[in-house]
Design a protein around this ligand. Structure first.
Ligand code: TZP
Ligand code: MG
Length: 222
């Protein structure tokens, strides 16, 4: 288990926007502001893909987004880049199975940063819990156009399977999730919905965030 109160993490995972500068057509800070106004509860900076920013440009954008998040009480997570996360004192780090080992990241980050780990098998899930993850990222649940090397979609059954195996830590579902299918994912046992395109490609990121938020008002979330 991670270092943070699971109830706190569960609350924060609900509407979890993930984005980098290549995921939006308007500037990312503009989209983030709208999404924050619409009620997102967590943000992950995931600067990936062809033309992604690096070095000082990446750090400057991260600082700007971090400031927006801090001003509105939305925790700020950095994807994969542990050095950047520590450098700017982000609220957390998310790593995949091909990134730095989660137990190492936990050691470097200390107890107070949120640590998320992507998992695709029950074995990986147990290992992530053991490594000190605060939450698991589970997906792709549905087909996604936002990740080139995404595995085949699992359906909400993957969430059910995690729960059936007695893994009770907070889980954020990811991959092809939107306001139309999010409810069944919550009902399968997910604590939160991680989305890229449902918000970044929406005609109104504000409205998209409002609709995702509303799913938690009448769902049987845990
Ligand atoms: N990991 C698994 S699917 C995915 C990531 C980062 C992309 C999710 O993007 P979208 O647009 O919400 O399907
Ligand atoms: Mg990764």
């Amino acid at each position: 288990m991670g270092g943070l109160d699971p109830a706190f993490v569960r609350e924060k995972l609900k509407v979890y926007l993930i984005a980098g500068s290549k995921d939006t057509s308007s500037p990312l800070p503009v989209v983030l502001n709208e999404a924050i106004a619409g009620g997102i509860t967590l943000f992950q900076f995931r600067e990936k893909g062809p033309g992604a920013m690096e070095g000082q440009m990446k750090e400057a954008l991260a600082m700007q987004l971090l400031k927006q998040c801090r001003n509105s009480g939305v925790p700020f997570i950095v994807n994969d880049d542990v050095d950047l996360a520590l450098q700017i004192d982000a609220d957390g780090i998310h790593v995949g199975q091909d990134d730095e080992d989660a137990a190492e990241v936990r050691k470097k980050a200390g107890k107070n940063k949120i640590l998320g780990v992507s998992v695709h098998t029950v074995e990986e899930a147990y290992t992530a819990v053991e490594a000190g993850a605060d939450y698991l990222g589970a997906g792709p649940i549905y087909k996604t156009g936002s990740k080139d090397d995404a595995k085949k979609e699992s359906g909400p059954e993957w969430i059910t399977e995690i729960r059936r195996n007695g893994i009770d830590i907070p889980v954020a579902a990811i991959g092809g999730i939107n306001a139309g299918n999010g409810k069944e994912v919550i009902e399968a046992g997910a604590d939160g919905l991680s989305v890229i395109s449902a918000i970044t490609m929406a005609p109104s990121p504000y409205q998209a965030a409002v609709e995702l938020t509303s799913l938690f008002k009448d769902s049987k979330s845990r």
